[in-house]
Write a protein that binds this ligand. Sequence first.
Ligand code: UT7
Length: 318
Amino acid sequence: MGFRVLGTGSALPARSVTNDDLSEFLDTSDEWISTRTGIHSRRICTTETLDDLALEASRQALDAAGVHADQLDLIVCSTTSGDHLMPAEACAVAELLGASCPAFDVSAACAGFVFALDVADGFIARGRASRILVVSAEKVSRLVDWTDRATCVLFGDGAAAAVIEAGGDNPLAIRLSTDPSVETLHVPGVPGSSPYDQTERPAQHLFMEGRRVFKFGVNAIVDAVTELCAEAHVAVTDVDHFVFHQANERILSSAVSRLGIDDARVARALAETGNISSACIPLALDRLVRAGELTSGQLVVLVGFGAGLDVGACLLRW
Ligand code: UT7
Protein backbone atom coordinates (compact mmCIF):
# COMPACT_ATOMS: atom_id res chain seq x y z
CA MET A 1 0.00 0.00 0.00
CA GLY A 2 1.19 3.52 -0.79
CA PHE A 3 0.13 6.99 0.34
CA ARG A 4 -1.53 10.12 -0.94
CA VAL A 5 -0.89 13.68 0.18
CA LEU A 6 -3.93 15.20 1.89
CA GLY A 7 -2.68 18.71 2.64
CA THR A 8 0.36 20.97 2.90
CA GLY A 9 1.38 24.06 4.86
CA SER A 10 4.34 26.38 5.36
CA ALA A 11 5.59 29.18 7.61
CA LEU A 12 8.38 31.73 7.36
CA PRO A 13 9.70 34.23 9.92
CA ALA A 14 8.44 37.81 9.52
CA ARG A 15 11.86 39.47 9.05
CA SER A 16 13.10 39.66 5.46
CA VAL A 17 16.85 40.33 5.17
CA THR A 18 17.91 41.67 1.78
CA ASN A 19 21.30 41.35 0.12
CA ASP A 20 21.80 45.07 0.74
CA ASP A 21 21.10 44.51 4.45
CA LEU A 22 23.92 41.94 4.50
CA SER A 23 26.35 44.22 2.69
CA GLU A 24 26.07 46.62 5.64
CA PHE A 25 28.20 44.27 7.75
CA LEU A 26 29.79 41.89 5.23
CA ASP A 27 32.19 42.45 2.33
CA THR A 28 29.55 41.46 -0.23
CA SER A 29 27.05 43.04 -2.61
CA ASP A 30 23.57 42.52 -4.01
CA GLU A 31 25.21 42.16 -7.42
CA TRP A 32 27.46 39.23 -6.30
CA ILE A 33 24.77 37.37 -4.37
CA SER A 34 22.05 37.83 -7.01
CA THR A 35 24.16 36.79 -9.99
CA ARG A 36 26.01 33.90 -8.26
CA THR A 37 23.01 32.45 -6.42
CA GLY A 38 19.69 33.96 -7.58
CA ILE A 39 18.92 34.88 -3.95
CA HIS A 40 17.63 38.43 -3.31
CA SER A 41 16.46 38.08 0.29
CA ARG A 42 15.89 35.46 2.95
CA ARG A 43 13.63 35.22 6.03
CA ILE A 44 15.51 35.13 9.33
CA CYS A 45 14.08 34.37 12.78
CA THR A 46 14.06 37.27 15.23
CA THR A 47 11.40 36.57 17.85
CA GLU A 48 10.21 33.27 16.33
CA THR A 49 11.43 29.94 17.65
CA LEU A 50 11.69 26.95 15.34
CA ASP A 51 8.88 25.37 17.35
CA ASP A 52 6.66 28.34 16.34
CA LEU A 53 7.39 27.85 12.62
CA ALA A 54 7.02 24.07 12.73
CA LEU A 55 3.71 24.42 14.58
CA GLU A 56 2.29 26.97 12.12
CA ALA A 57 3.28 24.89 9.07
CA SER A 58 1.83 21.76 10.69
CA ARG A 59 -1.45 23.46 11.60
CA GLN A 60 -1.86 24.69 8.02
CA ALA A 61 -1.19 21.20 6.64
CA LEU A 62 -3.68 19.61 9.08
CA ASP A 63 -6.33 22.24 8.19
CA ALA A 64 -5.80 21.68 4.47
CA ALA A 65 -6.02 17.92 5.02
CA GLY A 66 -9.13 18.15 7.23
CA VAL A 67 -7.32 16.04 9.84
CA HIS A 68 -7.31 16.72 13.58
CA ALA A 69 -4.09 16.30 15.56
CA ASP A 70 -5.62 13.46 17.60
CA GLN A 71 -6.18 11.50 14.37
CA LEU A 72 -2.43 11.36 13.64
CA ASP A 73 -0.63 8.03 14.06
CA LEU A 74 2.88 9.46 13.69
CA ILE A 75 4.79 12.74 13.43
CA VAL A 76 8.13 12.71 11.61
CA CYS A 77 10.15 15.91 11.50
CA SER A 78 13.23 16.48 9.35
CA THR A 79 15.66 18.97 10.82
CA THR A 80 19.32 19.51 11.60
CA SER A 81 18.73 22.79 13.41
CA GLY A 82 16.04 22.07 16.00
CA ASP A 83 15.35 24.17 19.08
CA HIS A 84 16.48 21.24 21.23
CA LEU A 85 19.16 18.60 20.75
CA MET A 86 16.67 16.46 22.62
CA PRO A 87 13.86 15.78 22.59
CA ALA A 88 13.22 15.70 18.87
CA GLU A 89 11.65 18.75 17.19
CA ALA A 90 8.75 16.41 16.36
CA CYS A 91 8.05 16.00 20.10
CA ALA A 92 7.66 19.77 20.48
CA VAL A 93 5.28 19.80 17.51
CA ALA A 94 3.28 16.93 19.05
CA GLU A 95 3.03 18.74 22.40
CA LEU A 96 1.99 22.05 20.84
CA LEU A 97 -0.59 20.37 18.59
CA GLY A 98 -1.95 18.26 21.44
CA ALA A 99 -1.14 15.03 19.60
CA SER A 100 -0.40 11.82 21.49
CA CYS A 101 1.16 9.69 18.70
CA PRO A 102 4.85 8.73 18.47
CA ALA A 103 7.08 11.56 17.26
CA PHE A 104 10.71 11.57 16.21
CA ASP A 105 13.18 13.38 13.92
CA VAL A 106 15.04 12.34 10.80
CA SER A 107 18.44 13.92 10.16
CA ALA A 108 19.32 13.95 6.46
CA ALA A 109 20.15 17.65 6.00
CA CYS A 110 18.72 19.19 2.82
CA ALA A 111 17.47 15.80 1.60
CA GLY A 112 15.53 15.39 4.85
CA PHE A 113 11.98 15.83 3.56
CA VAL A 114 12.24 12.94 1.09
CA PHE A 115 14.01 10.75 3.69
CA ALA A 116 11.22 11.54 6.19
CA LEU A 117 8.57 10.80 3.57
CA ASP A 118 10.19 7.41 2.92
CA VAL A 119 10.27 6.62 6.66
CA ALA A 120 6.58 7.59 6.88
CA ASP A 121 5.78 5.41 3.86
CA GLY A 122 7.51 2.49 5.62
CA PHE A 123 5.16 2.86 8.63
CA ILE A 124 2.19 2.83 6.24
CA ALA A 125 3.53 -0.19 4.33
CA ARG A 126 3.92 -2.14 7.60
CA GLY A 127 0.39 -1.23 8.66
CA ARG A 128 1.70 0.70 11.67
CA ALA A 129 0.19 4.06 10.73
CA SER A 130 -2.41 5.46 8.36
CA ARG A 131 -2.25 9.24 8.92
CA ILE A 132 1.15 10.87 9.29
CA LEU A 133 2.38 14.45 9.61
CA VAL A 134 5.74 15.01 7.92
CA VAL A 135 7.21 18.41 8.82
CA SER A 136 10.53 19.94 7.82
CA ALA A 137 11.71 22.80 10.02
CA GLU A 138 15.03 24.61 9.82
CA LYS A 139 16.64 27.54 11.59
CA VAL A 140 19.85 27.59 9.57
CA SER A 141 20.57 31.10 10.84
CA ARG A 142 21.71 29.51 14.12
CA LEU A 143 24.24 27.29 12.33
CA VAL A 144 26.09 29.71 10.06
CA ASP A 145 29.05 31.96 10.82
CA TRP A 146 27.67 35.46 10.26
CA THR A 147 31.17 36.75 9.49
CA ASP A 148 31.63 34.25 6.62
CA ARG A 149 30.28 35.83 3.42
CA ALA A 150 30.76 32.57 1.49
CA THR A 151 28.06 30.76 3.50
CA CYS A 152 25.81 33.01 5.59
CA VAL A 153 24.35 34.81 2.55
CA LEU A 154 22.98 31.53 1.18
CA PHE A 155 20.64 30.38 3.92
CA GLY A 156 17.34 31.25 5.57
CA ASP A 157 14.84 29.91 8.11
CA GLY A 158 11.43 28.32 7.61
CA ALA A 159 9.21 25.28 7.92
CA ALA A 160 6.81 23.34 5.75
CA ALA A 161 4.67 20.27 6.26
CA ALA A 162 2.52 17.64 4.57
CA VAL A 163 -0.13 15.29 5.92
CA ILE A 164 -0.18 11.94 4.18
CA GLU A 165 -2.68 9.10 4.39
CA ALA A 166 -2.52 5.39 3.54
CA GLY A 167 -3.98 4.63 0.12
CA GLY A 168 -2.99 5.71 -3.36
CA ASP A 169 0.09 4.55 -5.21
CA ASN A 170 2.81 6.89 -3.96
CA PRO A 171 5.69 6.91 -4.26
CA LEU A 172 5.76 5.79 -7.91
CA ALA A 173 9.54 5.60 -7.46
CA ILE A 174 11.93 6.66 -4.71
CA ARG A 175 15.70 6.71 -4.30
CA LEU A 176 17.77 7.51 -1.24
CA SER A 177 21.56 7.53 -1.46
CA THR A 178 24.62 8.66 0.47
CA ASP A 179 28.03 9.47 -0.99
CA PRO A 180 29.68 9.69 2.42
CA SER A 181 31.78 12.79 3.12
CA VAL A 182 31.47 14.61 6.45
CA GLU A 183 34.21 17.08 5.59
CA THR A 184 32.47 18.54 2.50
CA LEU A 185 29.54 20.05 4.40
CA HIS A 186 29.11 19.83 8.14
CA VAL A 187 28.26 21.57 11.41
CA PRO A 188 30.24 20.36 14.47
CA GLY A 189 28.28 19.02 17.45
CA VAL A 190 28.02 20.63 20.88
CA PRO A 191 31.54 20.68 22.44
CA GLY A 192 30.35 20.13 26.01
CA SER A 193 32.53 20.71 29.05
CA SER A 194 33.81 17.25 29.92
CA PRO A 195 37.10 17.53 31.81
CA TYR A 196 38.07 14.18 30.23
CA ASP A 197 37.51 15.18 26.59
CA GLN A 198 40.84 15.53 24.78
CA THR A 199 39.44 15.65 21.21
CA GLU A 200 39.64 18.70 18.99
CA ARG A 201 36.80 21.21 19.48
CA PRO A 202 36.20 22.97 16.17
CA ALA A 203 34.27 26.23 15.73
CA GLN A 204 30.52 25.72 16.05
CA HIS A 205 29.68 26.83 12.52
CA LEU A 206 28.58 25.42 9.21
CA PHE A 207 31.48 24.60 6.91
CA MET A 208 30.96 23.94 3.20
CA GLU A 209 33.09 23.26 0.14
CA GLY A 210 30.72 25.21 -2.10
CA ARG A 211 32.09 24.20 -5.49
CA ARG A 212 32.09 20.48 -4.65
CA VAL A 213 28.49 20.65 -3.42
CA PHE A 214 27.51 22.62 -6.54
CA LYS A 215 28.75 19.88 -8.90
CA PHE A 216 27.32 17.14 -6.67
CA GLY A 217 23.92 18.88 -6.68
CA VAL A 218 23.66 19.24 -10.45
CA ASN A 219 24.64 15.58 -10.99
CA ALA A 220 22.25 14.46 -8.24
CA ILE A 221 19.29 16.19 -9.91
CA VAL A 222 20.10 14.94 -13.42
CA ASP A 223 20.71 11.34 -12.31
CA ALA A 224 17.67 11.21 -10.02
CA VAL A 225 15.20 12.55 -12.60
CA THR A 226 16.50 10.16 -15.26
CA GLU A 227 16.50 7.09 -12.97
CA LEU A 228 13.13 7.75 -11.30
CA CYS A 229 11.35 8.27 -14.62
CA ALA A 230 12.96 5.13 -16.11
CA GLU A 231 11.99 3.07 -13.06
CA ALA A 232 8.35 4.26 -13.16
CA HIS A 233 8.15 4.02 -16.99
CA VAL A 234 7.28 7.72 -17.19
CA ALA A 235 8.67 10.03 -19.90
CA VAL A 236 10.54 12.99 -18.41
CA THR A 237 8.39 15.22 -20.66
CA ASP A 238 5.25 13.87 -18.92
CA VAL A 239 6.34 15.18 -15.50
CA ASP A 240 4.22 18.24 -14.66
CA HIS A 241 6.40 19.74 -11.90
CA PHE A 242 10.02 19.42 -10.81
CA VAL A 243 10.67 20.46 -7.21
CA PHE A 244 14.41 20.48 -6.61
CA HIS A 245 16.35 21.60 -3.55
CA GLN A 246 16.60 25.41 -3.61
CA ALA A 247 20.32 26.01 -3.08
CA ASN A 248 21.41 28.09 -6.05
CA GLU A 249 19.64 29.31 -9.21
CA ARG A 250 22.73 28.29 -11.20
CA ILE A 251 22.35 24.69 -9.96
CA LEU A 252 18.71 24.71 -11.11
CA SER A 253 19.48 26.22 -14.52
CA SER A 254 22.42 23.83 -15.14
CA ALA A 255 20.20 20.85 -14.34
CA VAL A 256 17.39 22.21 -16.54
CA SER A 257 19.70 22.59 -19.51
CA ARG A 258 21.33 19.15 -19.04
CA LEU A 259 17.93 17.44 -18.73
CA GLY A 260 16.40 19.48 -21.56
CA ILE A 261 13.22 19.99 -19.50
CA ASP A 262 10.75 22.86 -19.70
CA ASP A 263 12.05 25.56 -17.37
CA ALA A 264 8.49 26.68 -16.56
CA ARG A 265 7.89 23.31 -14.85
CA VAL A 266 10.74 23.81 -12.36
CA ALA A 267 9.60 25.26 -9.02
CA ARG A 268 11.47 28.32 -7.75
CA ALA A 269 11.22 29.76 -4.25
CA LEU A 270 14.80 30.61 -3.35
CA ALA A 271 14.85 34.24 -4.56
CA GLU A 272 12.94 35.37 -1.44
CA THR A 273 13.72 32.49 0.96
CA GLY A 274 17.33 31.48 0.33
CA ASN A 275 18.28 27.89 1.10
CA ILE A 276 16.12 26.64 3.99
CA SER A 277 17.62 23.15 3.92
CA SER A 278 15.05 20.37 4.21
CA ALA A 279 12.13 22.85 4.27
CA CYS A 280 12.84 23.99 0.67
CA ILE A 281 11.00 21.16 -1.06
CA PRO A 282 7.78 21.05 1.02
CA LEU A 283 7.63 24.86 0.98
CA ALA A 284 7.83 24.92 -2.82
CA LEU A 285 5.17 22.17 -2.94
CA ASP A 286 2.87 24.14 -0.63
CA ARG A 287 3.23 27.24 -2.81
CA LEU A 288 2.38 25.28 -5.96
CA VAL A 289 -0.68 23.79 -4.25
CA ARG A 290 -1.92 27.11 -2.88
CA ALA A 291 -1.41 28.79 -6.27
CA GLY A 292 -3.62 26.09 -7.81
CA GLU A 293 -0.74 24.96 -10.05
CA LEU A 294 -0.23 21.48 -8.56
CA THR A 295 -3.46 19.57 -8.98
CA SER A 296 -4.78 16.06 -8.45
CA GLY A 297 -3.34 13.44 -10.82
CA GLN A 298 -0.29 15.48 -11.85
CA LEU A 299 3.21 13.99 -11.73
CA VAL A 300 5.84 15.70 -9.59
CA VAL A 301 9.50 14.83 -9.05
CA LEU A 302 11.22 15.89 -5.80
CA VAL A 303 15.03 15.92 -5.49
CA GLY A 304 16.82 16.99 -2.31
CA PHE A 305 20.59 16.92 -1.84
CA GLY A 306 23.12 18.24 0.64
CA ALA A 307 25.25 17.29 3.64
CA GLY A 308 25.98 13.61 3.92
CA LEU A 309 26.32 13.81 1.04
CA ASP A 310 22.70 12.62 0.94
CA VAL A 311 20.30 12.57 -1.98
CA GLY A 312 16.59 11.87 -1.54
CA ALA A 313 14.43 11.80 -4.65
CA CYS A 314 10.95 10.57 -5.46
CA LEU A 315 8.28 10.62 -8.14
CA LEU A 316 4.74 11.23 -6.86
CA ARG A 317 1.30 11.32 -8.43
CA TRP A 318 -0.48 14.19 -6.64
O1 UT7 B 1 22.01 23.01 0.92
C1 UT7 B 1 23.37 22.80 0.93
C2 UT7 B 1 23.81 22.76 -0.41
N1 UT7 B 1 24.67 23.88 -0.71
C3 UT7 B 1 24.85 24.20 -1.95
O2 UT7 B 1 24.26 23.59 -2.82
C4 UT7 B 1 25.84 25.26 -2.30
C5 UT7 B 1 26.47 24.93 -3.62
N2 UT7 B 1 27.51 25.89 -3.99
C6 UT7 B 1 27.20 27.12 -4.43
O3 UT7 B 1 26.05 27.48 -4.55
C7 UT7 B 1 28.34 28.00 -4.87
O4 UT7 B 1 29.53 27.25 -4.92
C8 UT7 B 1 28.55 29.23 -3.91
C9 UT7 B 1 27.39 30.20 -4.08
C10 UT7 B 1 28.65 28.75 -2.49
C11 UT7 B 1 29.83 29.97 -4.28
O5 UT7 B 1 29.78 30.37 -5.66
P1 UT7 B 1 31.04 30.17 -6.59
O6 UT7 B 1 30.70 30.73 -7.89
O7 UT7 B 1 31.39 28.71 -6.52
O8 UT7 B 1 32.13 31.10 -5.90
P2 UT7 B 1 33.53 30.71 -5.24
O9 UT7 B 1 33.33 29.99 -3.96
O10 UT7 B 1 34.37 30.05 -6.28
O11 UT7 B 1 34.12 32.14 -4.92
C12 UT7 B 1 34.42 33.07 -5.98
C13 UT7 B 1 34.88 34.37 -5.35
C14 UT7 B 1 35.92 34.19 -4.25
O12 UT7 B 1 36.83 35.28 -4.35
P3 UT7 B 1 38.26 35.07 -5.08
O13 UT7 B 1 38.94 33.96 -4.33
O14 UT7 B 1 37.93 34.69 -6.49
O15 UT7 B 1 38.89 36.40 -4.93
C15 UT7 B 1 35.13 34.33 -2.99
O16 UT7 B 1 35.91 34.82 -1.91
O17 UT7 B 1 33.75 35.01 -4.74
C16 UT7 B 1 34.11 35.37 -3.39
N3 UT7 B 1 32.91 35.35 -2.59
C17 UT7 B 1 32.11 36.42 -2.41
N4 UT7 B 1 32.22 37.69 -2.87
C18 UT7 B 1 31.23 38.54 -2.52
C19 UT7 B 1 32.38 34.30 -1.91
N5 UT7 B 1 31.25 34.69 -1.31
C20 UT7 B 1 31.07 36.00 -1.60
C21 UT7 B 1 30.08 36.94 -1.27
N6 UT7 B 1 30.21 38.21 -1.74
N7 UT7 B 1 29.02 36.65 -0.50
